[in-house]
Design a protein around this ligand. Structure first.
Ligand SMILES: Nc1nc2c(ncn2[C@@H]2O[C@H](COP(=O)(O)OP(=O)(O)OP(=O)(O)O)[C@@H](O)[C@H]2O)c(=O)[nH]1
Ligand SMILES: [Mg+2]
Length: 670
């Protein structure tokens, strides 16, 4: 059977879960419609989701439309749970981006749309909530053309928007307006249509336009727009037909070697890990052994394939399908199953968390279990970074925001029986090298004089290899770039097989070494070059290179110096115009910078940048400043150097710059 793995994505509260429920109902997979507000939907199944009426984890449900089995993945929209969406994006064949007809394009909308484009996922748009007061489909389409893409094509017209009698009429095949819009957008990517369009638009055959619409939608070049009300079930039939007609299906060779990806991990009551995976190639049977995450093999003890209701239960998953798999040992979210899927690991490149907070068990004797529980949560969510510092042994977790913090706290309490409190939330800074720094360690020799002309401590190189490294600043947001500049004969091929394998292993070591910089923050936006290399076969081991990378890179970094940079929020404020001067003044006091301001209908919109650390303060003061009418939207806005008294973060391991303590800790850790 043909399968389509379909993601439902949107800004928080646009109606993804309500739409998912309606699609399941309309397709006949469930016989009554649950509601988010009553906590009775299929996809919001966690107790916390039902209580809060908000999606926290992605969830899969299947239905059949025509001959197409659809695995629908409902995702969370709240920015605190963006990590969950990132993983799902890697396993989709198509997506429906939901946009509210009242709120229109919201901050997460362009972010998600761009990620879908980058990953080439064919995307339909559903303009939801046409029944709500204030719904305005035309305004929303204009905003989408401006902020998402001009390549969108409305597939129908809304009548009586803004009330319970709102309906949608699909454009008939011979509707001139629709044909012209469609031909115009299609012509952008198709010369034949362009010629026909310029000559005589009426000469374009309807069937040809429709086929080209499907073809361009599948290639991600164009986005058909459907309208409706998920709550009332209006327009959902048309959307379902669009999914069937316009989106492609999964393809992949079931006879090829197994290749898949894990996009979600759940734990059973007894603590067993259940991996949600999508297969791109091959066929995996229960009790078959398969490589997990590029490492060891594990036996898939049981497999449950996602399939529409009524389909026989199968324990064999084939290319294109999704399944839950048990028995895969220490499997983590994002792991490859079998061969890594072709191409690089797809990442949506969403911003990393910019906040963190220490977590303390209310009963000191539960500190150990708290750490274990948090590590389990981090397995399910690789963007939750759990760390424990080396001196105070305090546990902290990285966070996207307060809602995520509350959810972690409630999960610890309910699922693990651990009462825990979060200390104050602080920001996660980064370090950027300030200048170029170089260092090296020569095998069994005194260290050389470095480029700054000062000599290094004359201590013996404790490792059996030579390594020289240079670190230099690179443009903001560029991450860590790595290259090597050494002759192949200096590379220990008996350890790494090929120069490329040496390079990729060294890159892993470099990233590891840059996890904590001079002030304890992640070092980034830099270029690292290997300038020297040497070994003594057969005593030199890979571990020598790993340790030397830590030592040499930190020494080079110390010479370069670092800028400690704090995260910024780009924000949009909407306030009554009479209160705007007061709001702008407070923005200034908080260290913000206004980038633009305009007023219309007695409301002012202010675009500004503010350090993430001050956003809470602004949020707290906004109601008082704006007569309770202010609306604040924030997005990640990059980093800026902190000029005075930048914060330091306690390290999780001794610094290689404190050579004796560091070497002692290596012996202790083995
Ligand atoms: N009037 C109206 N309300 C809707 C419609 N669709 C959803 N809602 C309401 O909007 C609210 C949010 O709906 P959800 O389906 O939970 O939205 P969501 O996008 O899944 O939200 P998150 O998963 O938390 O991001 C709920 O109160 C729904 O009842 C609609 O078509 N019309
Ligand atoms: Mg939801």
């Amino acid at each position: 059977m043909r399968t389509l793995n379909l993601g439902i994505l949107a800004h928080v509260d646009a109606g993804k879960t309500t739409l998912s429920e309606r699609l399941l109902y309309t397709a006949g997979a469930i016989d009554h419609v649950g509601s988010v507000d009553a906590g009775t939907t299929q996809t919001d199944s966690l107790e916390l989701e039902r209580e809060r009426g908000i999606t926290i984890r992605s969830a899969v449900a299947s239905f059949l439309v025509g001959d197409l089995a659809v695995n629908l993945v409902d995702t969370p929209g709240h920015p605190d749970f963006i990590a969950e969406v990132e993983r799902v994006l890697a396993v989709l064949d198509g997506a429906v981006l939901v946009v509210s007809a009242v709120e229109g394009v919201q901050p997460q909308t362009p972010l998600l749309f761009r990620a879908l484009r980058r990953l080439g996922v064919p995307t339909l748009i559903f303009v939801n909530k046409i029944d709500r007061a204030g719904a305005d489909d035309r305004r929303v389409v204009e905003a989408m053309r401006r902020r998402l893409s001009p390549a969108i094509v409305p597939m129908g017209a809304v009548h009586e928007a803004g009330g319970r009698s709102a309906t949608v009429l699909p454009f008939p095949a011979d509707d001139d307006f629709h044909r012209t819009t469609l031909a115009e957008v299609l012509a952008e990517n198709d010369d034949a249509i362009m010629r026909a369009y310029l000559g005589d638009a009426a000469a374009l055959p309807e069937s040809g336009l429709r086929a080209e619409l499907a073809s361009q939608t599948r290639r991600g070049l164009l986005h058909p727009v459907f309208y409706g009300s998920a709550a009332l079930g209006v327009g959902v039939d048309e959307l379902l037909a669009g999914v069937h007609e316009l989106l492609g299906e999964a393809n992949g060779d079931p006879d090829a070697p197994v290749s898949g990806r894990v996009f979600k991990i759940e734990r059973t009551a007894s603590g067993e890990r259940v991996a949600y995976a999508r297969l791109f190639a091959g066929t995996l049977r229960a009790r078959q052994r398969v490589r997990v995450g590029g490492g060891e093999e594990a036996k898939a003890t049981s497999i449950r394939v996602f399939a529409p209701v009524g389909a026989p239960r199968r324990d064999i998953v084939a290319a294109g399908e999704m399944a839950t798999i048990r028995g895969l040992g220490a499997v983590r979210v994002g792991d490859a199953i079998g061969e890594p899927p072709a191409g690089d690991e797809p990442t949506a490149r969403f911003p990393r968390p910019t906040l963190e907070a220490a977590v303390v068990a209310r009963k000191p004797e539960e500190s150990g279990s708290l750490r274990a529980a948090l590590s389990q949560l981090a397995e399910q969510d690789p963007l939750i970074d759990v760390r424990q510092d080396d001196t105070r042994h305090e546990i902290s977790v990285s966070l996207y925001g307060e809602v995520q913090k509350e959810v972690i706290q409630a999960t610890l309490e309910r699922d693990y029986g651990i009462g825990a409190d979060f200390r104050e939330t602080t920001v996660v800074c980064i370090e950027r090298p300030a200048r170029i720094g170089e260092a090296d360690e020569i095998i069994r020799a005194k260290t050389k004089t470095n480029i700054t002309g000062r000599s290094s401590p004359l201590s013996e190189n404790p490792f059996m290899a030579t390594l020289g490294l240079r670190i230099e600043p690179a443009s903001p947001g560029s991450g860590i770039a790595y290259r090597h500049d050494v002759e192949p004969r200096l590379i220990p091929l008996y350890l790494f097989k090929t120069p490329d394998m040496f390079a990729s292993q060294m890159e892993v070591y470099v990233r590891e070494a840059l996890a904590e910089g001079l002030a304890g923050w992640q070092v980034t936006d830099c270029r690292v070059t290997i300038t020297d290399c040497g070994y003594a076969s057969p005593v030199t081991s890979a571990a020598d290179y790993r340790r030397l990378t830590q030592l040499v890179l930190m020494t080079a970094l110390e010479r370069a110096g670092t800028w400690i940079c704090e995260p910024l929020s780009d924000l949009t404020l909407e306030v009554p115009s009479s209160t705007a001067p007061g709001v702008v003044a407070v923005l200034g006091q908080l260290g913000g910078r206004v980038r633009g301001q305009f007023s219309a209908n007695r409301m002012s919109t202010v675009d500004a940048v503010l350090p993430v650390a001050r956003v809470r303060q602004l949020q707290n003061r906004l109601p008082g400043l704006s007569m309770g009418e202010g609306i604040l939207e924030t997005r990640f806005g990059g980093y800026q150097p902190i000029s005075s008294d930048p914060p330091r973060r306690p390290r999780t391991t001794p610094s290689p710059l404190d050579r004796d303590a560091w070497l002692a800790s290596l012996t202790k850790r083995g």
